[in-house]
Structures are given as structure tokens and as C-alpha cells.
Design a protein around this ligand. Sequence first.
Ligand code: NAD
Length: 356
Amino acid sequence: MDTLKVGIIGTGRKKERPDRFGYAMAYEHANSYQAIENCEIVACADISEENAAAFAETYDVAQTFTDYRAMLDEARPDMVSICTWMHLHEPMVLDAVAAGVKAIHCEKPMADTWGGAKRMAEAAEKAGVQLTFNHQRRYGAPFMMAKRILDEGRIGELTRLECECGNIYDSGTHFMDMFSFFNGEQRAKWVLAQVDYRKENKVFGAHCENQQVVLTEYENGVFGLIMTGAGGASPVGCTDKLIGTEGVIELGVNKARAVRYRLAGEKEWTTPDTNGESIHGPGFIERAIADVVACLREGRKCQLDASNALIVTELIFGAYESSRRRGRVDFPLDIEDNPLAAMVESGDLQPAPANA
Ligand SMILES: NC(=O)c1ccc[n+]([C@@H]2O[C@H](COP(=O)([O-])OP(=O)(O)OC[C@H]3O[C@@H](n4cnc5c(N)ncnc54)[C@H](O)[C@@H]3O)[C@@H](O)[C@H]2O)c1
């Protein structure tokens, strides 16, 4: 088996307490690559020389760059991980495709605009480059267990998916990607939503609403209900809920219980053992990246593929567009921008400063 040469873009700086200004996701990616046979991190790039040097020392990386384009030209990696903030995902993916890499694993959310997300997917497809996004929950034991219970028909036919999360863009991309996972990668038919954005809330540099209610219907008739930013309240009662004709599955009850289910007519919940894994991990990213590399080597389509990521990304920007239009948005989504950012720019939304 040939050695896979990996380059990392955006190393980050490892902090004791990660926050919305930096998680250093590159370290999670690097730990994952290191665990894969015949896989070597040959180069890393960060505009901060200090960040790149610290990363290179941690993982014994031979070449460091402050310009990722120089890294693509000189180190010629087979594959890159893109671990920068979302406004940089599109240009970096397009540059990596143009440089001739075989595979790109990019952090979520896909892009900062709907047009950008489509351009990335199109460019990769045209060039035959494997483009995947780090929606790692698909590899988490509680989520895989919930899907198995659903697929075995134990809660009957799926009718509705519900979730609650901080915002629809930064964290919501994980939650609604789980809707796709549970619902067989169905595309949505329409979305109807309302945002509240009264106080500036930037996560990894991007505007994210304070609160939102979103309803969508998928092509197979399953409904999705998303509640964001309820603070301490819990409108759904858990983080993810799968409602079937004959039962219910819940994940993240009281943020602690990983997964539980109750079949029609039963009073008690059944709480299966998830081997110590919560809805946050551990082990999700390692399994995700191992699968991404295995798919590349075996020529298989990965479930983290851009085509699946587009389904959730259309919902994110479609939900914001619904607020802008004050109405239901039917898909395919016919806009190019990020409607939330555009409404702030135009003055339609005027969030107070974050520190007010
Ligand atoms: N999958 C997950 O669960 C998860 C969790 C947290 C964050 N994320 C996502 O990961 C991405 C990165 O977030 P993070 O917290 O790791 O970021 P970070 O701030 O820790 O690291 C980003 C790095 O990119 C560097 N950078 C900026 N511009 C650059 C450029 N032009 N060229 C090269 N490097 C550049 C910065 O100097 C910084 O070191 C975001 O999209 C975020 O949403 C995903």
C-alpha cells in the first residue's frame, strides 16, 4: 500500500479550554491520520508561523509553511485537511482541487454562502477529487445505535425528526446532518423558519442567530423540526428525537443519557449501553477520518461526501432565506449568498453589539 501524504491547512493553537475562537481541530485530524496505516503528515500551513511550528513539533512534520498555496505547490500532498474558519473553506478547497490533490477533508460547516458550497462540490466532482466534510457524528455509537433501532423497524415508520442546538449554522450543521443520516439522505422539499437576532453572536467569525424555529418536509414526507438557541430551556426535551409510528428514540436527554427508546404501549424507556460514548464522543473523528481514507483507497463513496453535505447546507441557508422572504422557501434553493449575513449587512437585522 502506497504511503498517503497528508497536508494540514490551518493548524490552530492548542488551548486548555477550546472556545468559539479556536478549537484547533487540526490536532484532532492529525491524531486520526497518525492512527492510520501508511499515512504520513508531510506538511502543514498556518498564517501564524508560531502555530505551524508548534503543530509540526507535536506531530514531527517535516515541512511548515505560512502560505498554504506554497504548501500545495512544494509539498504536493495526496490529501489535505482544511481546518480553518468557514469563510476560508471555499477558496482553500478550490485551490486544493486546482493543485491536483486526490482528496480533501474539510471542517464543517461547508461554506459561508450557498453559492460557495455549490462551487466547491462542482469543482471537486469535475476534477474527480474526493471532497468530504467533518460531520463526524455519523460515526458515534449513540447515533449509529439509534439508526440501527430505526432501521430494524422497532419504532415503526419514521414520521418526524426533532433537534435542539445552539444555532442552525455552526452547531446545527451537525444536528441536521443527523437528520439526513437517519432519513436515508433524503433531500428537503421546502423549509419555513423564523430567526431572532437581537444580539451579535459570532462563532468562528460568522454571524449565527440567537434563536430560531425551523420546519422542513423531506421528499419522503418525513418532517424535521429544529429549535435553536433556547438557552437553558429544552423545547424538544433532548438533543435529537426520532418519532415513529410505533415508538420514539431520544438522544442527549439532560445532555447526559446518550440514547434511549420507548416502543408504543411501553411505560418504561430502554437505555442501551453505548460503551461509554456520549453524543460528543470520544472516537468519532478518528473513525470518520479512517473511513474517509479507506474510501479514497478503495474508491468507495464516503457518507461524508459533498453531495450529502449539500443537503444540510441547503437547509441552513434555506432557513435563513425563509426569514428574509418572510415565507416558505421551496427547494432547490435559488440564492447564492448567506441571507443572515446579508440581512445584517443591509441593516434589515440590527443585532446589538455582543458586549452591550
Ligand atoms: N467538527 C467539529 O466538531 C468541530 C468543532 C469545532 C470547530 N469545528 C470547525 O473547524 C473549523 C476550524 O475551527 P478551529 O476552532 O479548529 O479553528 P482555530 O482558530 O483553532 O484554527 C484555525 C487556524 O487557521 C489559521 N488560518 C487563518 N487563516 C489562514 C490562512 N489563510 N492560511 C492558513 N491558515 C490560516 C489560523 O491562524 C488558526 O491557527 C471551523 O470551520 C469550525 O466550525 C468543527
